[in-house]
Structure formats: C-alpha cells, structure tokens
Design a protein around this ligand. Structure first.
Ligand code: KIV
Length: 272
C-alpha cells in the first residue's frame, strides 16, 4: 500500500480537509455489515460509506428507493461496531429528508444517535439546502452528493452520465458552491464529465469524492461488492474490479457440495 504524507489514527471530517490541502487523495468504499467493514477498516480506508446502495446490493431491489431509515440504521450499527479508524458516513435514504427540514433533521438525529455514525450524506443541491443547513446547525456533519443521484433515477430515466449539457453543468457548479457555503465537509460527484469534476474540485475548498468522475477529484469511492467482483451484472466503464469473487465463491461452494455428496467432508480430522 502506498505511504501517505499525513497519517491519522482516527479519520475525522477535518482530516479530509487537511488531506485536500496536502493534495493527498482520499479513499472511500461502501460497507453494510460488520465482517467486511472490519477488513476494509483494517486495510486503511479513509472513509466508509454505509450507502443506500445496500438497497440494491444487500436487499436485491432494482433501485435505492425502497430502503428505509430503519434498514440504514441497522446496517450502520453493524459497520460502526467494526470500525476503529475510518470516518463512517451514512446515507439518508429516499423519503427520510425530502419532505421538510424538520423531518430531515429528525432522520439525521436518528442515524447519529441510534447507529453512532460520524456523518450523514444527502443527495441534491439547492432544493435540499434548507434541510442541509438545519442538520448542520444541530452539529451533524453533512456530505453532499451531486451529479447522478440515484434517488432521482425515475426523474432522470437513465443511469447515463449527467451534466454533459452546459445548463446542468452550471447548476451543478452552483449547487456545489451552495453546499460548501452551507458548511458541508465534502461532496460526492457521481458520473459526470472529468473536466467538470476537475473544475468543481479546483473551485471548492472542501474535498470532492468522485465515482465515474475522472481522477482530478480529491478522492474516489466505489461500491465494495463491485470492486470485489461479488456483483457481476453491473459493468459501468468507471468500475475497476480487483477480484472476481462471484466465480471464486461459486467454485468454493461447488467443491463443498461435491465433498458433502461424496462423504468426503467431514473427514476424520474434522470429526470428534
Ligand atoms: O450508496 C452508495 O453506494 C453511494 C455511492 C455510490 C457514492 O452513494
């Protein structure tokens, strides 16, 4: 693993700002459960995102919309127990903050109080600004999320790259600045042109974390199950698979089934 200039025993929102100041890239991955979060944290990841992608990856839904606040709290509780070093950010799920800022604050408080999260993430810009400010005023750190915001997939109608047109790119830039001015500590930029992501990253003082946004952002995030190759039907251009666990697990399970059927497992050493 590459050595960093700045070392942190415990990563905080301030650490991320410091990393940006020192041009040190931020690594972020999703986790939804105790066992994998423990490995990801031990490997030295900077930020663990308990993403609402758990809706797809863990529950098999076709979008992130069905996952509830109770589900997110359950996943976050499991992850928090495993983590010693990383900053743990938890997604506010669809329907838990779009209604009004009072409801948004109540949802954020539940995540902080019941799961012990370190920060929350919300999708959107100007349209959710009042809620962002209210949550921040309660002392809860907020990470923004712009570009392809999966909770709006039925409005977009497609998972294609966002903000290719000038008007949408300009709105994204304005939204990013509004989120920074409001006090967000970081912003995820999802599936937008690299040049736009670079422009946003250079304009903002807070770090940007990209997914499908090129390498000029201040950090990168991927869904852990995609990186490990556990999911094998999702193949966007931005995804780098570091393993092919789908095939490895399938083959291991196949061998186990054969061993059971052939009365080869358990053997004498594995018996009492
Ligand atoms: O829920 C999630 O996994 C996310 C990342 C893709 C940024 O929001």
């Amino acid at each position: 693993m590459a050595k960093h200039k700045l070392e942190f025993k415990k990563v905080t929102t301030n650490s991320l700002l410091e990393m940006k100041e020192h041009s040190q890239k931020i690594s972020m991955l999703t986790s939804y459960d105790y066992s994998l979060a423990k490995i990801v944290d031990a490997a030295g990841i900077d930020v663990i995102l308990v993403g609402d992608s758990a809706s797809n990856v863990m529950a098999g839904h076709i979008s992130t919309l069905p996952i509830t606040l109770d589900h997110m709290i359950y996943h976050a509780q499991s992850v928090i127990k495993a983590v010693e070093r990383a900053l743990v950010v938890v997604d506010l799920p669809f329907g838990s903050y779009q209604g009004n800022s009072k409801e948004a604050l109540a949802s954020a408080i539940r995540i902080m109080k019941e799961a012990g999260a370190h920060a929350i993430k919300m999708e959107g810009g100007e349209e959710i600004l009042e809620s962002v400010k209210r949550i921040l005023s309660a002392g809860i750190p907020v990470m923004g999320h712009l570009g392809l915001t999966p909770q709006s997939i039925f409005k977009f109608g497609t998972y294609a790259v966002r903000a290719k047109e000038e008007a949408e790119a300009e709105k994204l830039m304005v939204d990013a600045q509004l989120l920074e001015e409001a006090g967000c500590f970081s912003i995820v930029l999802e599936k937008i042109p690299s040049a736009l992501a670079e422009n946003v990253s250079k304009t903002l003082h807070i770090p940007t974390i990209g997914i499908g946004a090129g390498n000029a952002t201040d950090g990168q995030v991927l869904v852990l199950h995609d990186l490990l190759g556990i999911t094998n039907e999702f193949n966007p251009r931005f995804l780098r698979r570091y393993m092919n666990l789908y095939d490895d697990i399938k083959s291991a399970v196949g061998k186990y089934i054969d061993d059971v059927r052939n009365i080869d497992f358990p053997n004498e050493q594995e018996s009492y």
